[in-house]
Design a protein around this ligand. Structure first.
Ligand code: ZN
Length: 245
């Protein structure tokens, strides 16, 4: 599997960048994980929208879904301009009415529900979901392909259940919206650097990438704080960062 960071900011994108969006590729299959504000613009640096094979969303907050509408327009206009017609499946949970209203768009996108406890096959990826602790329904995902394991927390407060869910992950991409010692759970449901590192440690993950980064403070401090709790490799998400999982 190969992971490319399209956007990594929490809440809203910094100038010229994007909020949550990640391209996960395996055997030529291109899965877009989250599609937040700024993602469609940044995505085109790497692939064109009609090269995507599927989209997988964690939850309905705009920093994870704001560019779904413009992705749908890109598919429509691409087809009207002589490109091949393609129906892009968008996978996510069924616990948010917004999804039923927005993810089905003409013949260009379909909404494909994912259920906790039921493994979904999306192209070459085996996808398991776990409900997180956030202000709206949200899924964390464990994604397996080619004998490798990738975990993504989505947005969430700390939960003990993450350790077994992400057990043995080769790469854990964890949200990290707050610094160590800050109140994170009560602010919509987020993680600190300490929480992210403890999840990686208890899941015996090989590598931790911190994302959904805050717009305040020095984000490099998050990595230093996490290193106090997790011995594996730790990185900060950045635009265009590409990782072989
Ligand atoms: Zn959120």
């Amino acid at each position: 599997m190969q992971l490319t960071v399209i956007g990594f900011w929490g809440g809203f994108p910094a100038a010229g960048e994007a909020s949550s969006g990640y391209l996960l590729e395996h055997d030529g299959f291109k899965l877009l994980l989250d599609c937040g504000s700024g993602v469609l613009s940044r995505l085109q640096t790497f692939v064109s929208p009609n090269e995507l094979d599927a989209v997988l969303l964690t939850h309905s907050h705009p920093d994870h879904t704001a560019d779904i509408g413009v992705l749908q327009h890109a598919l429509l206009i691409g087809h009207m301009s002589g490109g091949k017609e393609k129906c892009l499946p968008i996978y996510t949970h069924s616990d948010d009415a917004v999804f039923t209203e927005t993810l089905q768009y003409k013949s260009y996108t379909t909404w494909e529900p994912v259920k906790e406890g039921v493994t979904a096959q999306i192209g070459p990826f085996l996808v398991s979901a776990m409900k997180t602790a956030h202000s709206v329904p949200c899924f964390a995902y464990r994604i397996e392909a080619g004998g490798r394991v990738f975990g993504f927390t989505g947005d969430t407060a700390f939960k003990e259940e993450f350790a077994p869910f992400f057990q043995g992950a080769h790469v854990l991409l964890s949200e990290c919206n707050f610094y160590k010692g800050m109140e994170a759970a009560g602010r919509a449901g987020h993680l600190t650097s300490e929480h992210a590192a403890v999840i990686a440690r208890d899941a015996q993950a090989e590598r931790l990438i911190l994302t959904h980064l805050p717009h305040f403070g020095n984000v490099h401090q998050l990595k230093e704080e996490a290193a106090g709790f997790f011995d594996g490799e730790i990185g900060l998400a950045s635009t265009g960062l590409t990782i072989e999982i």
